[in-house]
Design a protein around this ligand. Structure first.
Ligand code: C2E
Ligand code: MG
Ligand code: MG
Ligand code: MG
Length: 289
């Protein structure tokens, strides 16, 4: 498209924008179709307690098997869903589906569900969570909601009310992608988190405790411990990274070193088999399965 001589750049850019918008519109159309036909899936990635090397829970992660494009990352289609106003529907489906899967797993296992800032801003969230818990018959504290720092950009009073309501429901709360967003330590004072998830940006390539990433992980761990919260190191891929986060005192690990996100059936099988760290090498960013 760029090869039309003198008119070159401007023309190219306009055309590019046009096809971007078209692609997005097509994706939105396909996404509505996927919802209508039940073509969204949840996959479950084990979370492992380091002291016992046992699976304590799974993070539920959305997967969309697109008829032409194959599996799409939520990073690609969640923004589309947000723009199209489809997040409430998808979010509620994910909550119900995860609770339903959890109901078949042993009592001590938990499931963590991601809640986007848009979902969090919905005053109906506590009622939606309550209803998903009731429908599946699980104990409320087996459900953990993963929330990012960006919820604190919203209205203070309603954020506070939502936290209080969720605590009354009895679910656990995890602070996701800690340290990557709008970071203010002030909210840790009042927001009732049970766990801090250390973003993979700090974990990746962190192999020496004296490194900058090592120092950051160590300080997050000591902060979390002082506040009585657990810590999960996200995105651990190599034995070196595993050694480091263990040395620095992280209580849990989630990453390809143990397992990628699994289908519900494969997750159930994993609970039977148990888990052990496997060398996958540093370049293991592969397609979700
Ligand atoms: P997140 O909540 O921070 O999820 C962790 C992401 O890291 C997942 O990507 C997971 O597959 C990936 N990951 C886990 N271990 C490793 C590893 O060892 N190496 C690498 N390279 N990656 C690893 P995923 O599944 O593509 O999800 C991306 C984001 O999409 C999530 O980030 C979350 O913010 C959002 N998301 C996923 N599912 C849902 C959902 O059901 N609802 C909402 N609202 N958001 C979701
Ligand atoms: Mg998450
Ligand atoms: Mg995360
Ligand atoms: Mg993330």
């Amino acid at each position: 498209a760029a090869k039309d001589g003198g008119r070159g750049r401007h023309h190219f850019y306009a055309k590019d924008l046009h096809s971007d918008a078209q692609e997005r519109q097509q994706l939105e159309h396909d996404l509505r179709d996927a919802i209508a036909h039940g073509n969204l899936e949840l996959h479950y990635q084990p979370q492992v307690r380091l002291s016992t090397e046992q699976i304590t829970g799974f993070e539920a992660l959305l997967r969309w098997k697109h008829p032409r494009l194959g599996y799409l990352s939520p990073a690609k289609f969640i923004p589309v869903a947000e723009d199209a106003g489809l997040i409430p529907q998808i979010g509620e489906w994910a909550m119900r589906t995860a609770c339903h899967a959890l109901a078949q797993w042993p009592e001590e296992v938990r499931v963590a569900v991601n809640v986007s800032p848009l979902q969090f801003a919905n005053p109906a969230l506590p009622a939606i969570v309550t209803s998903a818990i009731a429908a599946s018959g699980i104990r409320a504290d087996r459900l953990e909601l993963e929330i990012t720092e960006s919820v604190f950009l919203g209205d203070d009073k309603s954020t506070e009310n939502t936290f209080a309501a969720l605590k009354r429901v009895g679910v656990r709360l995890a602070l996701d992608d800690f340290g990557t967003g709008y970071s203010s330590l002030g909210y840790l004072k009042s927001a009732p988190f049970d766990k801090i998830k250390i973003d993979q940006g700090f974990v990746r390539g962190a192999t020496i405790s004296g490194s900058r990433n090592g120092a950051i992980i160590a300080s997050i761990v000591s902060l979390a411990e002082a506040l009585g919260m657990e810590t999960t190191a996200e995105g651990v891929e190599t034995f070196d990274e595993l050694d480091l986060v263990r040395t620095l005192g992280c209580s849990h690990v989630q990453g390809y070193i143990y397992e990628t996100p699994l289908t519900e059936a494969a997750a159930s099988a994993r609970l039977q088999e148990g888990i052990s760290a496997i060398a996958r090498g540093p370049k293991s960013a592969r397609a979700p399965r």
